[in-house]
Ligand binder design. Sequence first.
Ligand code: G3I
Length: 368
Amino acid sequence: MSKTIIGFLVLGLLAYSPARPTLKDAFKQSFLIGAALNRAEIYEQDARATAIVREQFNTISPENILKWGLVHPEPNRYAFEASDRYVDFGTRNHLAVIGHTLVWHNQTPKWVFADSNGKPLSRDALLQRMREHIQTVVGRYKGRIKGWDVVNEALDDDGSFRQSPWLKIIGEDYIAKAFEFAHEADPSTELYYNDYDLEIEAKRAGAVGLVKRLKAQGIPITAVGLQCHNSMKWPSLEQEDATIEAFAELGVKVNITELDIDILPPAVKNLEANATLSAERRAELNPYKNGLPEATEKALSKRYADLFGVFMKHRDVIERVTFWGVTDAGSWLNNWPVAGRTSFPLLFDREGKPKPAFESVIRTAGAK
Ligand code: G3I
């Protein structure tokens, strides 16, 4: 047989070889697999990312557009254009659509906590405002949003309540009230408490106490969201395992809601300090701007596989694993805590190609 004919046969076989497995198919017996979408992705201005979302994921979260400051920027003005598009995109593509987030201390305008004279609101007035916001936003998408991060990041690392304006003005029951209002607005939507670093023992204990109290009061909390903004070493697999188990024991589901793995050198957490970082220090903090060395790429793949090993172990309680972004190019970690770095925290590279970590995650799907 001539070389040309053999060449054509090989090409033909390649063309007809079964399609590469996708994340959503690989894990369909275990949990949903999702990605958070930024504004450009929601508006389908990034064709590459849109194609990846359609092909690989079966659930989406909004990275920013449903936060209070964006959806309700002024006292009597809601801005639903982006969130309508987000929910429509999910519905059209048969994706489980997640709401993020109703009550948070960040990205919430100052006016929310003040009266028309700029004086702090009373407890009753703030509760009323919170109810109106939740009823309007949750009510608008009633029956179309699978579940809401009702309250986000209400705890400090020591497990005590974060001293947010919500806590200071309303008191500890602002959390239960937010859940009640959300349930009232859409009795069929799932309700989540979402937080980061629940792998820290003290913080986890605080969250366990909170969930127990909510359940004892008959508040319909469906799941706890572990954000999982992880690094190569933090948290350990044992910590991740123990954290999932601690919530599973309470009879709530566990969602992995904002997964990414930061491989860049740790930097100052104080954003204001960024402007004053010397060029030298900046270069030191951004070591992979021309690409990731093979050994680091391998280490990232292993770290992802190890974490998914833990998630698979708990697939009976985990309903969803959502990545905080679609490709490395769109990750918030390119701009936090230092702006303008080149970060590699996700499964798809800057060109939208699956990384070695993608393959290693897919391989964990067959675990028994
Ligand atoms: O849209 C403006 C743009 O117009 C402006 O030019 C630019 C200048 O800085 O800012 C843009 O807004 C930024 C926005 O992201 C969209 O990119 C905000 O400054 C920036 O603060 C905002 O950051 C978001 C962050 O939450 C705010 O706390 C990140 O995108 C988002 O990924 C991040 O998500 C949070 C979760 O909601 C909760 N858990 C932690 C997670 C990571 O911090």
